[in-house]
Ligand binder design. Structure first.
Ligand SMILES: Cc1ncc(COP(=O)(O)O)c(C=O)c1O
Length: 407
């Protein structure tokens, strides 16, 4: 290896502004510690632990046998776009023409394409916090300005119409709404969406990204709704984003999709054509089967997450210093750890900040979670419940023991 130093200005200012996804970094740390022989329960990653359904895997095998292993149209195969249109109509009451649909390598690339296609230096993107970290970093890559708006636990971590109104400026380009929310599990009711829509109707330059990727993972019978459906007047300035990753346990297949105005989708397609060309042909064939195939197993998976949520909340109720917010969807627990701060560990270290608490849970408790700061709110941590009931139970008992040992 050459020891030639790379000059600091070799790397772009834009890459200097972003971070490696903290949940990916957390998962990497878990792998490193396990390689050293440590017994670690890793609850950092946002990935269902279920299997991709067998009929979906079969569709991929069939596609390969048919030699569907080549580039496809930039915006997706006609079959996939048709399946997406049918899904939007069937499940969300949203009608799109084929040229209003874009399939990408994951919901993340849909959002990336949209921001790259629309955001210039100084343009603002309103992001209710706690947020999924990419909402912040993607606008930063586009030289834009993310505007996090902290939502209070007493408002269920949801953006209020007043807070939205106050955050809008002449430079606001987008509002990003994520329901069910990663990391809080908050789900906006139709009435709450309507109230936000009323604000947006007064600001016709502001567009909306509705990230519905956790749509089917809702608990306690709560009703899922999306803003373009609730307020049809916003249909012409809303990008509705979804994907197969979470509903069908297909994170590695990398298929997400968006529906929106023709000009927006056309410009997003341009960005995609110059980055990844198209989504994987085999992934697309699998996604067609996932969307068009039986959906009857989906509620059972949501119920499994609900049972895990209930178990974790019950066990962590006995964890002094930790307060959990009750998620209504998705598969995370966002826990306040303020009550552990200022206390001393048996090793004689004082937990000064959230990072210390999370490191303590990892080093002493053997449980890996992600700091709340990564999602724009401290002192909290995010714990994924996409793990077996046994693992979750053991993780909660370890957390309980670790925090009970604090003085
Ligand atoms: C809120 C949210 N949106 C989008 C995504 C991206 O999903 P995909 O795997 O389809 O890119 C994730 C993944 O963690 C997410 O949590």
């Amino acid at each position: 290896m050459s020891d030639q130093r790379i000059p600091e200005d070799f790397f772009s200012a834009r890459v200097g502004r972003i971070t490696v996804s903290p949940s990916n970094a957390g998962a990497q740390r878990v792998r490193e510690l396990r390689a050293l022989g440590r017994d670690i329960i890793g609850l950092t990653i946002g990935e269902p632990d279920f299997e991709t359904p067998s009929h979906v895997k079969q569709a991929a095998t069939e596609a390969m046998a048919r030699e569907e292993t080549k580039y496809t149209n930039v915006d997706g195969t006609p079959e996939l776009k048709e399946a997406i249109r049918a899904k939007f109509k069937r499940e969300n009451g949203l009608e799109y023409a084929p040229e209003q649909i874009l399939a990408s390598n994951g919901g993340k690339q849909v959002i990336y394409n949209a921001i790259m296609a629309t955001v210039s230096a100084g343009d603002e993107v309103i992001i209710p916090a706690p947020y999924w970290v990419s909402y912040l970093d993607i606008p930063l890559l586009a030289d834009g300005t993310p505007v996090p708006v902290v939502c209070r636990p007493e408002d269920g971590f949801k953006l209020t119409p007043g807070a939205l109104e106050a955050a809008i400026t002449p430079r606001t380009k987008w509002l990003v709404l994520n329901s069910p929310c990663n990391p809080t599990g908050a789900v906006y009711t139709p009435a709450e969406l309507k109230a936000l829509a009323e604000v947006l109707l007064r600001h016709p330059r502001v567009w909306v990204i509705a990230d519905d990727i956790y749509e089917h993972l809702v608990f306690d019978g709560v009703e899922f709704a999306t803003i373009a459906q609730i307020e049809p007047e916003l249909h012409d300035r809303t990008l509705t984003v979804n994907g197969v990753a979470k509903t069908y346990a297909m994170t590695g297949w990398r298929i997400g999709y968006g529906g929106g105005p023709v000009e927006l989708i056309g410009n997003m397609k341009k960005v995609q054509s110059q980055s990844t060309t198209c989504p994987s042909s085999i992934g697309q064939a699998a996604a067609v089967r996932a969307l068009n195939g039986p959906q009857d197993f989906v509620p059972g998976r949501a119920r499994a997450f609900q049972e895990r949520r209930d178990r974790v909340l019950e066990l962590l109720r006995e964890a002094p210093g930790i307060e959990c917010v009750r998620p209504q969807g998705a598969f995370y627990i966002f826990a306040n750890c303020a009550g552990t701060l200022g206390k001393r560990t048996p090793q004689g270290v004082t937990l000064e900040a959230e990072r210390d608490a999370v490191d303590y849970l990892l080093d002493i408790g053997g449980v890996a979670v992600v700091v709340g700061a990564a999602y724009g709110l401290s002192p909290y941590f995010r714990m994924s419940i996409a793990a077996s009931m046994d693992e979750l139970t053991e993780a909660c008992l370890r957390i309980r023991r670790a925090v009970a040992a604090l003085k």
